[in-house]
Ligand binder design. Structure first.
Ligand code: PMP
Length: 332
């Protein structure tokens, strides 16, 4: 089958200058790549297109199975079905209702798994997908281990960022879910821009920032969606990370709302990325002219009854600042 018409729309996203939103612009420039403007509204269009291309001919496979925070699922529901596959998705009950409705509207079958399920247990969303994928004619894509995931960012997102900025990139700030973005872009930068400092933006409660400094932590609940986690994903490579900034939900929310007020309708992980990038910049010497690049990962359309709803945030988001948390900043 020829490639679906949506494929060429993926990538080549614009870069927006957020320096004007910073409290102190003397410390450098903050640029963000608008991945929320991909055709299905998130950065996950890139790895999904790549995983589908790398699959080759369907053969006996009629159903693609994936465990998702929602964004991979939406890409797969639209692009996988355009290639003729049935799409079955498993998701944690933590994800907001818009995501589930969008996935079903896009034609996917969705199974919701309890957020409390331990990683590796039969009820956990990843384990559920693994088991579903064993049925005849089914294939579990496994974005958490699939090398096409990080390769999409190594071959496409990384080179685009370097070309977009067209000069020095001092720091790259990036949250990690599967870690495909961080690993792929950081590996590209290590080759093409070896002086760039790679900064992990991690939600407070995730085990990834502790893993960078060799600490195994027990995950705590947090609300930012699609990033961080209660386990270290196989694609996460701590040796690529120079520094971590741990961001509370409250600071992510403050930055997400600032972005929306500035006309950028983005989701919770964009708030985490920009909060971390702003924090990183605030600790650089004044007049350093540092160029910091981060990503706006997904569209706000999937958060209108959660992160973008005042009643919901008043009830759920605990007001504490990134710098108030014990060990809030972890530096290598
Ligand atoms: N932001 C959001 C909202 C996501 O859904 C994801 C993917 N889980 C990411 C960021 C991070 O992407 P990656 O899987 O490449 O680490």
């Amino acid at each position: 089958m020829s490639e679906p018409p949506v494929f060429p729309l993926v990538g080549s996203t614009p870069v927006v200058d957020l320096t004007g939103l910073l409290p102190d612009a003397r410390r450098g420039r903050l640029l963000a790549k608008c991945e929320h403007l991909n055709p299905t509204g998130s950065i996950k269009d890139r790895p999904v297109r790549r995983m589908l291309r790398d699959l080759g001919p369907a053969g006996a496979t009629h159903t693609l199975v994936e465990a998702t925070g929602g964004n991979t699922g939406l890409s797969l529901a639209l692009m996988g079905r355009a290639l003729g596959y049935r799409v079955v998705l498993t998701m944690s009950s933590k994800m907001g209702p818009e995501k589930v409705r969008m996935l079903r509207a896009a034609g996917a079958e969705v199974e919701i798994c309890p957020v409390e399920a331990e990683p590796g247990s039969a009820e956990h969303f990843i384990e559920r997908a693994r088991r579903r994928g064993r049925a005849p004619g089914c294939l579990y894509l496994n974005q958490f281990e699939n090398a096409s995931n990080w390769r999409a960012h190594h071959d496409e997102t990384g080179p685009e960022i370097v070309a977009d900025v067209g000069g020095r990139i001092d720091s790259f700030v990036c949250a990690a879910g599967t870690s495909g973005t961080l690993t792929g872009v950081a590996r590209w930068l290590r080759r093409s821009s070896p002086g760039t400092r790679v900064v992990l933006a991690d939600p407070h409660g995730s085990v990834l920032a502790p893993a960078v400094v060799g600490r195994s932590a027990v995950g705590e609940p947090y609300l930012a969606e699609g990033i961080g986690g209660d386990f270290v994903p196989p694609l996460f490579d701590p040796s690529l990370v120079d520094e971590s900034v741990v961001v509370t939900d409250a600071d992510a929310l403050r930055w997400q709302r600032r972005l929306v007020r500035a006309g950028l309708f983005v989701g919770s992980s964009s708030g985490v990325n920009v909060a971390a990038a702003a924090d990183h910049l605030s600790r650089q010497p004044p007049d350093d002219e540092r160029v910091v690049v981060t990503l706006l990962c997904d569209s706000g359309d999937r958060y209108v009854s959660t992160w973008l709803d005042d009643a919901w945030t008043a009830e759920h988001v605990i007001d504490r600042r990134t710098t108030d948390t014990t060990g809030g900043r972890l530096c290598k």
